[in-house]
Design a protein around this ligand. Structure first.
Ligand code: FE2
Length: 221
């Protein structure tokens, strides 16, 4: 595969970087997560033999995969304890919200599909469309491993990071359930053969400067 999103490359990259900036302004934790997932997804795609450009395109999807969380209420997004059923349902809307936002930009459909399906599970128990196995776009199958890896290895307001060995075991256990087995094998192989694979969590002060032309804080809170 040479390219995931052929053509309109420069426009797409510009649009994605702009959208990533809106995530950064809204919530630095989500932004940093997206940034690390983009890097892990890029490494994974390269490890699986993807062309450099295709891997970079997947990284663009990674960079804004949680864009929809910019529209989730703060009380849910930053809740330090477990979510209630209703809050969980609200949180689960984020891939669809992201896809809707992206559809207003002239970015490739493949990119939108990857973002829309990054919470599908290999056994069909994911969301939003309960896609099964190879019906899930390949890029989304890679992204979901990178996404869960980062979620487990990084700290959140409600949890400490898990040790790397535990994370490795959890990902292996979820092979064929949550994840595509071929993607898990590649990921584990890469993890085992790459020294210092884990990206450091950056301590960044939350920038809350307003976003020109989009007063999203009024709308969200
Ligand atoms: Fe997500």
């Amino acid at each position: 595969m040479r390219e995931v999103f052929p053509g309109t490359r420069r426009y797409t990259q510009h649009a994605i970087f702009e959208l990533a900036e809106t995530i950064r302004a809204r919530d630095i934790v989500t932004y940093e997560h997206c940034r690390r997932v983009a890097i892990y997804a890029n490494r994974l795609a390269r490890h699986m033999g993807w062309h450099r450009r295709a891997a970079r395109d997947l990284a663009l999807a990674g960079l804004i995969h949680d864009l929809g969380k910019t529209w989730v209420q703060n009380s849910v997004l930053h809740k330090p304890t477990a979510l209630s059923q209703d809050e969980w349902l609200e949180m689960q809307r984020h891939p669809v919200i992201a896809a809707r936002i992206l559809m207003t930009y002239d970015v490739p459909d493949d990119l939108i599909e990857i973002v829309l399906h990054h919470h599908e599970a290999y056994d069909g128990r994911g969301y939003p469309d309960h896609l099964v196995g190879e019906a899930i776009p390949l890029g989304a199958r890679l992204l979901t491993v990178a996404d869960v890896f980062d979620a487990l290895t990084s700290a959140r307001s409600y949890k400490e990071p898990l040790p790397l060995q535990d994370v490795r075991e959890r990902i292996e256990r979820s092979s064929g359930v949550l994840f595509d087995p071929a993607v898990v094998s590649a990921f584990i192989e890469m993890l085992d053969t790459t020294p210092d694979f884990l990206l450091p969590s950056r301590a960044v002060p939350a920038p809350m400067e307003p976003i020109p032309g989009w007063d999203n804080h009024d709308t969200i809170e």
